[in-house]
Design a protein around this ligand. Sequence first.
Ligand code: ME8
Length: 651
Amino acid sequence: MKEGNKMEDKKYYISTAIAYTSGKPHIGNTYEIVLADAIARYKRLQGYDVYLQTGTDEHGEKIELKAKDAGVEPQQFVDDVAGTIKDIWDIMNTSYDKFVRTTDPHHKKVVQHIFKYMYDKGDIYKSEYKGLYCTPCESFWTESQLVDGKCPDCGRDVEVKSEEAYFFKLSKYQDRLMEYIDTHPEFIQPESRKNEMVNNFLKPGLQDLCVSRTSFKWGVPVDFDDRHVVYVWVDALSNYITSLGFDVNGNHGELYKKYWPADVHVIGKDILRFHTIYWPIMLMALGQPLPKQVFGHPWLLVGGDKISKSKGNAIYADDLVKYFGVDAVRYFCLNEMPFAQDGTITWELMIERINSDLANVLGNLVNRTISMNNKYFGGEIQCPKVKEDVDQELVQLALDTPKRVEKKMDELRVGDAIGEIFTLLKRCNKYIDETTPWTLAKEGNTERLGTVLYNLLESIRIAAIQLGAYLPETSEKILNALNTNHRDFASCEEFGMLEVGNKVVEKPEILFARIDAKEMLDKINADAEAAKKAKEAAEVKVEKKEEITFDDFMKVELKVGDVLSSEKHPKADKLLVSQIDCGNGDVRQIVSGIAQHYTPEEMKGKKVVVVTNLKPAKLRGVESQGMILAGDTADKLSLVTADLPNGTVIH
Ligand code: ME8
């Protein structure tokens, strides 16, 4: 291979679907970025120049309605949810290079260019759409697609709807796409899903796709006909190229020139049709190369049921991490999910896997090997001098494991790749049983003992390097504990790279502690119960009050006041008695229920907002001449403060 080609081959662009900003993503959505992250990290360890892109899909009627329900502007709503999504991706230690948002001005501008380009080319035309519409899914369906007369995706009612719309001539490109799929057998993964796409959608013939809407506003406007917004799929799918600097006129940015076409789009099985039919056809219309592969991964189910907020069975990554730590959650998702069939998650299963795989097999092996090396050799890594036949199998497996992992990763079988590493770890445990180092120590067979421990530590080093893509923190902890500088894939090609004479860490950290299942499940249930109560309490509080007039509101006199001093109420733990200067010589005493959130010292000097015309009242025997404004949740209270002079009227 020529050097030039080699360099080019060494780049790798991988993307996830962009998540809807309709709410907090559950563990199923989160699985996808963890999966893509594991592949991306693996490729980086192989020496590829990787670009991992993820992000959020922020337009559409559903989001517009959600924002309305929440009483905020759509932009505010999507900003908040996109923030939550990014936080969860970060909690999961995912190494994305770009987080794209479809409300980014640049993305919107390029989507408009793409739409116009396809319109000018005659691939998009204006017509009338009439069909059965499911609002939550934002999808039109034909009669034959309905299941029991309801939306085939969500099972809800559909309604007859008609609107003027732009259409995209999918049918024009049908044959070309068919040929592409035929000549690129690796394009759709897994294979079974390819057949589904070809037989269910392509062979029956493609209908032109409706690509604009007039029934809502929250979308990218069609710039030459602004009654229309671009329908979400054209907007959403374009993210894979807008972010790289794609330009319809061919003046592409550097990232586009370097990374397009994508090596793999990692997406869920439900949106495979959009990615293997609509998206390639859009790219054909734009005259651009198609992605090399689309991987439609299966879904994570909760005990066998679809994860759903309304069913109340949703599990969230941040909760899991709170109890088990990041790498345990990454391990569970990656290892538990089959390549093509759906996987299952429950709290019980999670605990089971942590105990059996992470604590017993991995944690225990690392801990006892390092401890033995400390006990018998003061931590110093020994030179392996006395080799025996029993070593051969372990050494060979340690050398083969990286190749086996690579093979699985080439097929995107991430769970199986992890399985290969665990096969090596289990073999190490068996080797301890076979060689019984404690007996060698008792017999004073020091050189053989040193060899056995070397073989174990070296096998652990190779396993830890291989784990780097899946459990990055754990991998690093182990390599630090081994005190080795040989941490790259190349150093796994030889058995014996662990530095003789170095000292392993004195007290190895417990990587994964065994969990008492009952105790943990009780705690999880108690926390869930408490959270539910707090939520209910908060909901009661925000119950809507009766409408008032402006005059009603103006009856309340609100002024800025300076807290001069504050002390505990003599008879009530929850109350503070404060002296507040409300300006123009108006110093008054106010009793408030804030003692559990603010100390008297913290109160001093605060500029609070006071209701000054409230009828005075006695609280547990102490007179209160007004009220301080504050907001509170189940466990937090915050005073309303204003950086204004005393006596300033608030309105
Ligand atoms: O579909 N297990 O967004 P989304 C595994 N905005 N993966 C799951 C899952 C589960 N239980 N549930 C959902 C969208 N997913 C669009 C994508 S791309 C240009 C636009 C996956 O927030 C789902 O299959 O509904 C999808 O790949 C991803 O989570 C985001 O889903």
